[in-house]
Design a protein around this ligand. Structure first.
Ligand code: GCV
Length: 710
């Protein structure tokens, strides 16, 4: 009987411990390190939280739950501050001896966490001007404990550097997700507004934990139905839930909505009736959701309607919507992702269309540009729009969902990609005019500033599909709060909160994460190759692709391989796309001897025999990079396997299996690309490399019929 009980209880405990990843980085498991645990237990005896708003109640509950889990001990709530209290208070500490806190500096969302000095011992004071600032402070404080930082001498002030910190969902009303690899949409429009899924609350809480303060609920390939009354009631239900977490709701506006749901005959932005229709629509929306954030718009791009259908400009379109939401303090995020088939170089288009419009947008418009000039490729130079529109706030759009980065199966930590772009120097106002300074509004003195991440969230139990994809969601929150954070620090925090604080394990996982994006670039598109994936689903290599009617959708358009060499000549002798950058950048990219290897084929058509910075010929370098990429994945597998005892069984197995797919895919990319490019270079893959075991024909015949997220 005893044995049976024991077995049942072991089974039960292991069931309880099943690691499905649902808790993301807010796990609050008991601290394993006994010394740290004892320290925290000694330092924290009670909490005092003043205030009764919904947000403050959330903060109180989070602190109670978090501490209970982490310290494995119930920390009581007290009425008065004593020794070893955590004191959470929106206002100055009043009767207690308050540390000197510059409240003005904290603004509407910042917070301070300070160890109070004076009569009472070891009081930690979490404060802000606003309730949401308090909540952010509580999450920050819990993170300190989750990541096992000392908490005995705190003097922290944290203020977000960007105003808009947004997720962009590409979720359709039928719950499919464009480029989604984590199941269906988390928004169940059918059961809203009456049924509130616990996930909505967990979603809000998770976002708030990193400072994300807005969400665009719907796909930029928009459906006007979302703007009809019944759907607005559903949106309201979400907005009401998200509000106490500091999250505003935004929607995508389909430009032709006045025709589709308004029964007008036109959507011309300069037509009075159309303008009036949008004004009425905005009024209706704000009567239902008073703090509605505004609209995100994709117009005249990939078949979406827009102002150019009426021979008007993007500014005309954006301004019409801006005027409609302005009385309610709404904003418009107008996307710069535009290209049409006639252009000689897709690279140049966004700049060509938007640069001349600088200064013509209303004050409440931001132009939202993707990080690079083409489309979320594994590596792109920064978009030349950054630095080129000083009179317009530019919002950064990164893609969390890994459309071109191995989708749901490859382990890729994107912070290094994002940081590469943020740190890039546009030279717009001389040296040091980084992309960060453009988007945080500092370079050109803009009030509005923002960063968006195309969401990688779905209804999979672990939210993001690949366990490591969660890190990219986390990164968006942390980087949009502070673009100055390093990839390393963000990884470190995420690993400690998501997996463990064990030093060796953290070091191994961090190493994998920090090298993962470069590995992917190497096995997919090294040396500045780009856009050579299958069309449609975008999974796997298809450098030979040349059958679509639009040349700028065909891989051959991008690599231009021939017997002389490979790469797209965008120098002054080619399409002169380099001219869109400031002189310093231009000079670098234009000169084959100065252009960094990693961007070489973005800007030059390079001979197969060209001597690279490594001393190898281009062809040999290409082989070297592709083989290095595959080797990196092999090394990730080894590193991961070494952690078997340190990671819970569920997530260990999941990642292990996914890495096996990643390796297969990496080999597929390497072999397919090299065999294909070899038909032009006519050069051998160096004999000391393992040779492809399949023919080019084999790779050309691979078909993926039912790819997700398409
Ligand atoms: C939402 C790429 C994707 C499209 C996406 C588009 C965009 O082209 O493949 O699925 O559409 O970018 O960003 O608008």
């Amino acid at each position: 009987m005893k044995a049976l009980l024991l077995i049942t209880s072991i089974l039960f405990t292991s069931l309880l411990k099943a690691e499905d990843g649902y808790r993301l980085w807010l796990r609050y498991d008991k601290i394993k390190n006994p010394v740290m645990l004892a320290q925290y237990r000694n330092l924290i005896n009670s909490i005092v939280v003043t205030g009764t708003s919904q947000t403050i109640n959330i903060a109180r509950q989070e602190l109670l739950n978090g501490l209970k889990g982490l310290l494995n001990k119930k920390i009581p709530e007290a009425n008065a501050v004593k020794n070893n209290s955590i004191f959470v208070n929106k206002k100055p500490a009043g009767q207690y001896e308050s540390p000197a806190i510059n409240y003005e500096q904290l603004g509407n969302e910042g917070f301070a966490i300070s160890s109070m000095k004076g009569r009472l011992k070891d009081v930690i004071f979490i404060t802000a001007n606003t309730d949401i600032g308090v909540l952010y402070g509580v999450f920050y404080f819990l993170r300190l404990i989750q990541t096992q930082q000392p908490i005995n001498n705190l003097n922290i002030v944290s203020v977000p550097k960007l105003k808009l910190r947004l997720l962009n969902h590409w979720d359709n009303l039928n719950r499919t997700v464009e480029r989604g690899y984590a199941g269906f949409s988390i928004w169940n429009w059918h059961t809203l507004p009456d049924y509130i899924d616990q996930r909505y609350i967990d979603y809000a809480r998770t976002n708030a934990s990193t400072g994300i303060n807005g969400t665009v609920l719907t796909n930029v390939n928009a459906n006007a139905t979302i703007l009809t009354k019944p759907y607005l009631e559903k949106v309201k239900a979400l907005a009401d839930l998200f509000r106490p977490y500091g999250i505003k709701v935004y929607l995508t506006a389909r430009f032709s909505a006045p025709i589709e749901i308004g029964k007008l005959r036109s959507a011309d932005p300069l037509n009075d009736t159309v303008q009036q229709w949008w004004k009425e629509k905005a009024k209706e929306i704000y009567s239902i959701i008073p703090d509605f954030g505004g609209f995100l718009v994709k117009a005249n791009s990939e078949g979406q309607p827009g102002p150019q259908d009426y021979k008007r400009t993007h500014a005309d379109g954006a301004n019409m919507l801006a005027d409609a939401v302005a009385p309610f303090n709404g904003i418009i995020m107008w996307r710069a992702f535009v290209y049409n088939p006639e252009s000689m170089d897709r690279f140049k288009q966004a700049y060509e269309e938007f640069h001349p419009l600088d200064g013509m947008f209303r004050k409440n418009v931001l132009v939202q540009a993707k990080n690079g000039p083409i489309d979320f490729q594994p590596r792109e130079p920064f978009s030349p729009l950054f630095g080129a529109m000083p009179q317009t706030p530019l919002m950064m759009e990164f893609q969390l969902t890994q459309e071109y980065l191995g989708q749901g199966t490859h382990l890729v930590y994107e912070a290094t990609l994002f940081k590469e772009v943020l740190n890039a120097d546009t030279y717009a106002k001389g040296k040091g005019s980084t992309v960060t300074k453009v988007i945080d509004g500092n370079l050109d003195n803009h009030e509005l500033s923002g960063m968006a991440g195309v969401s990688n969230i779905g209804n999979d139990i672990n939210w993001c599909g690949h366990p490591f994809a969660q890190a990219n969601w986390y990164t968006l929150g942390r980087l949009s709060w502070d673009p100055g954070l390093s990839s390393e620090q963000i990884a470190d925090e995420w690993i400690k909160q998501t997996f463990t604080n064990d030093k060796k394990t953290v070091a191994v996982i961090k190493n994998m994460m920090l090298n993962s994006r470069e590995a992917l670039v190497n096995y997919m598109t090294p040396i500045g190759l780009t856009h050579i994936m299958y069309n449609g689903h975008h999974y796997g290599p298809m450098p030979w692709g040349n059958t679509l009617n639009r040349p700028d959708w065909n891989p051959v358009y991008y690599h231009k391989a021939d017997s002389a060499g490979i790469g797209f000549d965008r120098t002054q002798k080619g399409t002169n796309a380099v001219a869109q950058y400031a002189a310093e950048v231009q000079n670098q990219f234009n000169d084959i001897n100065k252009c960094p290897d990693k961007y070489l084929l973005w800007f030059h058509h390079v001979s197969w025999e060209h001597k690279m910075q490594s001393g190898r010929t281009l062809w040999n370098e290409l082989c070297y990079k592709y083989y290095t990429g595959v080797d990196s994945v092999r090394s990730f597998i080894k590193q991961w396997n070494s952690l078997e005892k340190n990671i819970d069984e569920d997530r260990f197995k999941q990642v292990k299996q996914l890495l096996t797919i990643q390796l297969k895919d990496a080999i597929w990319w390497r072999n397919a690309c090299l065999l294909y490019f070899q038909t032009f270079s006519k050069m051998p893959i160096p004999p000391d490399y393992e040779q492809p075991d399949k023919t080019l024909e084999y790779y050309k015949n691979i078909k993926i019929l039912f790819a997700p997220g398409n």
